[in-house]
Design a protein around this ligand. Structure first.
Ligand code: NAD
Length: 492
């Protein structure tokens, strides 16, 4: 594709393609080739106004009258179209963010299960008859769509993280304005074609792109948006929550992490080594759930480091589109500089570089898979999210020490426990302050399993039946049963 004309895509608003109101466009770069490969509209607040108005009108139109079964049918149709186009979507995502086509194709295929799962939820979602403690009323609840959802998405897994919002919000009967990351506008804009082909009415799903924070800011603080759903960094998450709160709107926040992989002396070290590699080098470490702190019992510390270093040194870096590549570049130059800055700070803090620690010198934005030992809390690289292929290894002496170290972070997204002792496995899983804990595994997700963060890693949960509740208001309906005239001056 080198040297070919960049793809040129338009916004998707009210079921139509159109440029930004300003006419401005910006460039999206392929991080592997370090070249412009697409351009997208550089939207602004006026484009957000248009998209929110379209989303509102759709709620007031035929979409607002759909049943759960109607919506399930559309969601299933969309699932089939995604399945049909999975390879193409994966390829677009990989061009935008440099992640392996293998990884993105896997993600595109599992997206299908998300739409089927939430189709099932749409069909079966029910209120309940509530025991009000009296015979003169029948009380029941209805779960009604919250309204217009503003969905703001990062660059690392654009379609998957968008889907975690879009599938439950559509199941609930909401409409959406989606704002993909400025670094990865393409797959989301193309995805809109599938939404249209599936038959969703105009205005139900809208996409506004833009370079820089303007579109996200306009969406988060828009008075016409009823719920903001955000995935991204903790810093921006705070701004988004503040903007939404000014409108007294709720914000669902999926934020950063600094997750601990806790490896006990009795663990299967081959499996744990594989888990460490999966946790922090898969996806070039650019995943919110990266297992970036490895806590290992002192008695097996050196052996584990030896195995992890051996595997890290044999990771095949290269073209994300080649089937045998194991690690692609960092997704964009800003992130690349950030990762290199962490490596500089680690050596300044006297961490030992067991392997990696440098740009990989392949052209593009490659960083060597990096294992740091002699690290401790208080070092920047241990305390902050790197979002790159860098793992810190810290020894511990006993279970209490391990749990204390694991929880010694303001983040609380995920974690793992590696041990053959079933008692310890469940005990420690219960003690970790994190929204997801894997036992003898890492980095598994499913549409029916809640995902989200404790502490500064987020508010609310995506996935699972509870995710739909994030997009509904609960209404209590009181039905008077006696037909008698009631005392107007008495409560109840
Ligand atoms: P980011 O916070 O910089 O940007 C996220 C989105 O917000 C982008 O679309 C961006 O354009 C937009 N944005 C930027 N400034 C804004 C503002 N002031 N108001 C509104 N929107 C604004 O994050 P990123 O660099 O795109 O992604 C990496 C981060 O995302 C990491 O911290 C990672 O941990 C986090 N993440 C979390 C999860 C999760 O589920 N918890 C999943 C993936 C990524």
């Amino acid at each position: 594709m080198t040297g070919t004309t960049p793809l040129e895509l338009d916004l998707y608003v009210n079921g139509e393609r159109r440029p930004a109101n300003s006419g401005a466009r910006y460039e999206s770069r392929d991080p592997y080739r370090d070249e412009v490969w697409a351009t997208a509209p550089d939207g602004d607040a006026s484009d957000v106004d248009d998209a929110v108005a379209a989303a509102r009108a759709a709620l007031d139109g035929p979409w607002g009258a759909t049943t759960g079964s109607d919506r399930a049918r559309l969601l299933r149709r969309l699932a089939d179209l995604i399945e049909r186009d999975a390879d193409r979507l994966a390829d677009l995502e990989s061009r935008d963010n440099g992640k392996l086509v293998r990884e993105m194709a896997g993600q595109a295929r599992v997206l299908v299960s998300w739409y089927h799962y939430f189709a099932g939820v749409a069909e079966t979602m029910a209120g309940e008859v509530v025991p009000a403690g009296r015979n003169d009323f029948l009380v029941y609840t209805r779960h009604e769509p919250v309204g217009v959802v503003g969905a703001i998405v990062p660059w690392n897994s654009p379609l998957l993280l968008m889907t975690w919002k879009v599938a439950p919000a559509l199941a609930a009967g909401c409409t959406l304005v989606v704002k993909p990351s400025d670094h990865t506008p393409v797959a989301t804009l193309v995805f809109a074609d599938l939404v249209q082909e599936a038959g969703f009415p105009p205005g139900v799903f809208n996409v506004v792109t833009g370079n820089g924070p303007a579109v996200g800011q306009a969406l988060a603080g828009h008075p016409g948006v009823d719920k903001v759903a955000f995935t991204g960094s903790t810093g921006v998450g705070r701004e988004v929550a503040t903007a939404a709160a000014r409108n007294l709107n709720g914000a669902l926040l999926e934020l950063g992490g600094k997750s601990a992989q806790v490896i006990f002396a009795d663990a299967d070290l081959d499996a744990a080594t594989n888990g460490v590699i999966a946790g922090v080098f898969a996806a070039t470490g650019q995943t919110c759930m990266a297992g970036s702190r490895v806590l290992v019992h002192r008695s097996v510390h050196d052996e584990l480091v030896k195995r992890v270093v051996h595997r890290a040194e044999t990771i095949k870096l290269g073209d994300p589109r080649e089937a045998d590549t194991e690690m692609g570049p960092v997704a964009n130059r800003v992130q690349y500089e950030k990762v290199l800055g962490f490596l500089t700070s680690a050596t300044a803090d006297c961490a030992t570089v067991a392997c990696g620690g440098r740009p990989a010198g392949l052209g593009g934005l490659f960083v060597e898979p990096t294992v740091l030992t002699d690290t401790r809390p208080g070092m920047r690289v241990v305390d902050e999210e790197v979002f790159g292929p860098v793992v810190c290894v810290l020894p511990f002496d006993d279970e209490d020490d391990a749990v204390k170290l694991a929880n010694e972070t303001p983040f609380g997204l995920a974690g793992s426990v590696w041990t053959k002792d079933v008692h310890r496995a469940h005990r420690v899983a219960g003690r970790l302050k994190a929204g997801t804990v894997w036992i003898n595994a890492y980095r598994a997700v499913a549409p029916g399993v809640p995902f989200g963060g404790y502490k500064i890693s987020g508010i609310g949960r995506e996935n699972g039946t509870d995710a739909v509740r994030e997009y509904t208001e609960t209404k209590a309906v009181w039905v008077e049963l006696t037909g008698n005239t009631r005392d107007p001056f008495k409560l109840g």
